[in-house]
Design a protein around this ligand. Sequence first.
Ligand SMILES: *Cc1c(COP(=O)(O)O)cnc(C)c1O
Length: 757
Amino acid sequence: MDLKEQLVQITGERFGLAPEQCSDRQLYEALLTLTRRLAESRPAPEGARKLYYFSAEFLMGKLLDNNLLALGIHAEVRDLLSAMGRNLDQIEELEPEPSLGNGGLGRLAACFLDSIAALGLKGDGVGLNYHYGLFRQKFADNKQMETPDPWLEPDSWLIPTGKTFTVPFGGFEMKAKLWDVAIPSAYNDRANRLHLFDVEEPAQPPEGGINFDKTDIVHHLTSFLYPDDGDDAGRLLRVYQQYFMVSAGAQLILQELEERGFGPGELADHTAIQINDTHPSMVIPELIRLLTGRGLTMDQAIDQVSRTCAYTNHTILAEALEKWPLHFIERVAPQLVPIIRELDRRAREVCADPAVAILDGNGLVHMAHMDIHYGYSVNGVAALHTEILKKAELKRFYDIYPHKFNNKTNGVTLRRWLEACNPELTALIDGCISTRWRRDPGRLVSLMEFMDNDHVLEQLLTVKQSAKERFCRQLREAQGVEVDPNSIFDVQIKRLHEYKRQQMNALYVIQKYLEIKEGRLPERPVTVIFGAKAAPAYVMAKHIIHLILCLQRLIENDPAVRPWLRVVMVENYNVTWAERLIPAADISEQISLASKEASGTGNMKLMANGAVTLGTLDGANVEIAELVGPGNIYTFGAHSDRVIRLYDDKGGQRYRSLDYYHTPRVERLVDFLLSPELLEIGDAKALAALWRDMKGKDWFMALLDVEEYISVKDLAVRQYGDRKSWARKMLVNIAKSGYFSSDRTIKQYNEDIWHLS
Ligand SMILES: *Cc1c(COP(=O)(O)O)cnc(C)c1O
């Protein structure tokens, strides 16, 4: 049957209608069914060893467009629909976004699944089927409000497998029901799977807010992505979620191993498990438990697991390194406690230093320590990050196990983040260097030959302009906000966190506002665009959102400032908004405090779409700077070694925000938070709390870098005016972005860690 016939059959069976008679909604459902069926029927890739990528988050984004492209039927479906007077883009809008992740870490896992399939590697994802992903963000009174974001409709990407696994919790058992999402390869006729475990009887949707009974584990275990862990009930639920995921996942692995014809003693020869951050760490003791239950001795089980598991570290922020009270685990999975104690005992035999122990004197289990002792690989996610791990954060472990440490600089799938989200730029690139770069992104460097081709440079500017105009339309439709497509689009899109320093960008806005009020107009109009969600319990992050929204309002109401400076915060920043915004960005804001952003991936997506980075030498920005050269990136700020020293208590060199506050320019900017014009719009308590924090604490040192930041941004705004030279910068950034394809990252994981084939 050809596609048309299949579509006719589906709409006939489901709705009793011909496709031409269907609503967009019905056509969406029919295309979902068609696409899911085609993907589902593909066989798994071949391979002697199989990878399981364990992650508490998979931020997949919408899948229809992606899957039509991977299946190679996108153009045909688009033409088929347009022959009926219908528009595929419009139909794709109807898909709810599965937001089963918070930000970069979850999106990385999604890019990796795409690349693993594309490269023909045998590897599945393992995670949880949250019914509500990350909350939906709404703005009211210039503040963030959270509402639930249901993504599961009666018909979705989930394929029922009929498989269930029994997870033994302390005092009760639960069944883990397995659902699959097919991950079709873009380059061959195979598909991997994302395995998502769910409870048998999920709770009814809560009414209104995002609060629910965190102690009702049986019904709520998979209700929400990362329940608020501000209290013990939330923290305990998180441990239940983690054990549920890894126990069911480990049982699935052993079942598949047996189906492939191998015994439990052959696990390591045929399996690799990547532990994405510490959330899945309990897979180590759980697998040991299951293997000893299948006849292996403790020594044998530990040996197998230690040759199977590999760990990725994503952060050096102390508060993000998981340490669970042993009594939590005693309650959730008491059967793991003797195993963890034994693992701790053996680790102490290897090294007596209590700093590398798994169990500490306060009864806490250090999940990362368990991963490092009992995994065969430890990787950081950018060159600088891995160096900091080896030299500082994990130095003691590096001294014991130097051979385990390796770097895998993150990447993004250019199929979604360039080909799919920016077809005009893709066509321009194709026209210059043929389509071969798509399978081999390193070939993008041959764009460098067009540095002096005025026609190509002009086209590059035209493509950017049309992406900006398209974004303006989308923003107007979604939020009723009107911005000038001829202004510079200065874009900072990422989770709201103090270390990412959106507050420093807000200080830039204040500086420009004050200058314009004094009659000093900028070189050209600038639109500062933010997209960011704050964790619901993260008070300071919410204050920063409040500040940005107040500035947005202040400027909107000021006809003298408005033509020169705008601030826009996109509501509910998610993958879909990222796909709209990234093609339209001129400047990519990557201004984290050096040493704090492990890698970043937004920086890579923006670069590939011709945005020029304005950033600190942090995470993968360092590698971007090396690749594009100093003329094609704007860097500023304290370097990571200095920052690390400024956190050090020794020698009285510790950072004191007051020293930086008490300079004439900085004081004026910070004090603007308490100005009459801002207090008239905003919440005095919130603004005062933020002001106090910036002035007296400023843990992530915004005041240290703010002056240099403002002057470098001024320089970028000025140089933007030389359009031809700016177009060259854009071209160099696109040309050098091939390195940041997740296909390259996954090849390196496979060659150095997984050895799948
Ligand atoms: C890529 C991406 C991120 C990560 O952005 P960073 O700037 O690297 O923090 C977060 N959220 C979404 C929706 C993304 O697409």
